[in-house]
Write a protein that binds this ligand. Structure first.
Ligand code: HSE
Length: 444
């Protein structure tokens, strides 16, 4: 075993994940040392709640409220950033890099929005920025994409990468409850934050999808080009109708390479509620669990499943990064795994497609008058726009009812054309509601 002194780690923020990291590192010290070849010790902690931090780590660790002093401290080799957000966290990470510290972070919001600046600064200084915990918590999906699947041309990634929304959708389906009621339950159980906006509006999943797309396709992080749609508008009846048609609705983060008619490739990058066939393994991912499905040209389908949040599951990813950093500490930077999996000078400028150019199958639900010719009018519009119908479902009108729900599933179609069809359908006098439009993915 190595006689070198332990790597000295400074921890920024000792909340849920930070305390998990401290506990796991302490508990599994011997095993971790056998793997890393050297000890790893959290020697400094910065947290605004100094008292609580001191109680957690005891007297041997230096505790302070001054995060900037920590990142500038010459006695620290690696900084773990668990503060979150993109304000002070960005300044601290850049300052740590400027002081030649390696950085381990779980901060998906920061990397999705400022990743390019951070990775460039790290490359200039010859330090590593590791971020396994930023996507899908304890699931080693970054490692899988950056190392295990590097032989492949990745075709697509589809992930359930937000546990809060997956819990809400599972409950809506199981109990037939409306979104607002399940959200309140999720908050009561502690799954959803007091302010769950980033989760339910799809922003958290979009941060993660942006990072996955970058390392899967070798592109700069481009959060501003990711289409983001959450689950707040989702209605229980669509979950029910989807079930009847053999589908489940999940909030998916999707990144897909597409060959375009002009011979070039484009990339779809989108987060939205998605119908997926109930028979697919990923459809069985329930509650707060996460799963990422990756299709590579050589390996075919692979799926990664586990806890996407929580103290020790996320700490598992943080410590794995610490071990990686420790192992490659003294390696020539040119021999380390690049932050975005591809060499920085080899990133691709593949175009991220606007939603109007995205291709998907669609679920369309509308309220229609129960009279002759209505369905013919709707299907005529789709035929005129060359949108092919895969299945249709009409709820039998109740006794005395003069209107009913009509649901159509389409084959693959370009979204711009589907939008045009919806406009025309909504203009029909016999169509009495806005058309509910959900995207569907076969994931084959
Ligand atoms: N808020 C996230 C989720 C967990 O619900 O999955 C941290 O990324």
């Amino acid at each position: 075993m190595s006689t070198q002194s332990p790597i000295r780690v400074g921890l920024l923020g000792i909340g849920t994940v930070g305390s998990g990291a401290y506990t796991v590192l302490t508990r599994n010290q011997a095993e971790i040392m056998r793997r890393a070849g050297r000890g790893i010790a959290i020697t400094h902690v910065a947290d605004l709640n100094v008292e609580r931090a001191r109680q957690l780590v005891g007297a041997d660790v230096s505790v302070s409220a001054d995060a900037f002093a920590l990142v500038r401290n010459p006695d620290i080799d690696v900084v773990i950033e668990l503060i979150g957000g993109y304000g002070v966290a960005r300044e601290l990470v850049l300052e740590a890099i400027a002081h030649s510290k390696h950085v381990v972070t779980a901060n998906k919001a920061l990397l999705a929005t400022h990743g390019n600046e951070i990775f460039r600064a790290a490359a200039d200084k010859g330090v590593m920025v590791a971020f396994e915990a930023a996507v899908a918590g304890g699931i080693p999906i970054i490692k899988a994409l950056r190392e295990g699947l590097t032989a492949n041309r990745i075709e697509w990634i589809a992930g359930i990468i937000n546990g809060t929304t997956n819990f809400i959708l599972s409950e809506m389906r199981d109990k037939g409850l409306p979104f607002s009621q399940v959200l309140a339950e999720a908050q009561r159980l502690g799954y959803a934050e007091a302010d769950p906006t980033f989760d339910i509006e799809g922003v958290d999943a979009a941060h993660k999808a942006t990072i996955l797309a970058a390392i899967a396709f070798g592109i700069p992080v481009q959060f501003d080009r990711c289409h983001v749609e959450g689950i707040t508008a989702l209605q229980s009846e669509d979950i029910r109708y989807a079930e009847q048609l053999g589908y489940r609705i999940k909030l998916l983060g999707i990144a897909r390479r597409r060959a375009l008619a002009n011979g070039t490739d484009g990339l779809e990058l989108r987060v939205h509620p998605t119908l997926i066939p109930s028979r697919r393994l990923i459809a069985s991912v329930e509650g707060a669990m996460n799963a990422v499905w990756v299709k590579g040209d050589a390996v075919g389908h692979t799926m990664y499943y586990g806890k996407g949040a929580g103290s020790e599951p996320t700490a598992s990813a943080v410590i794995a990064d610490l071990i990686d950093v420790t192992r490659t500490f003294s390696a020539d930077p040119g021999h380390r795994v690049p932050a975005l999996a591809f060499q920085p000078e080899s990133l691709s400028d593949i175009r991220i497609l606007p939603m109007s150019e995205v291709e998907s199958a669609y679920y369309l639900r509308m309220r229609v008058a129960d009279e002759p010719g209505v369905l013919a009018d709707v299907t005529r519009i789709l035929a005129d726009l060359k949108i092919s119908i895969d299945a249709a479902l009409q709820r039998e009108a109740g006794e005395g009812e003069s209107q009913t729900d009509f649901i159509l599933l389409t084959h693959l179609a370009v979204e711009g054309r589907v939008d045009e069809a919806i406009g025309r359908i909504e203009a029909l006098p016999t169509v009495l509601s806005k058309v509910v439009r959900l995207r569907m993915e076969e994931l084959s």
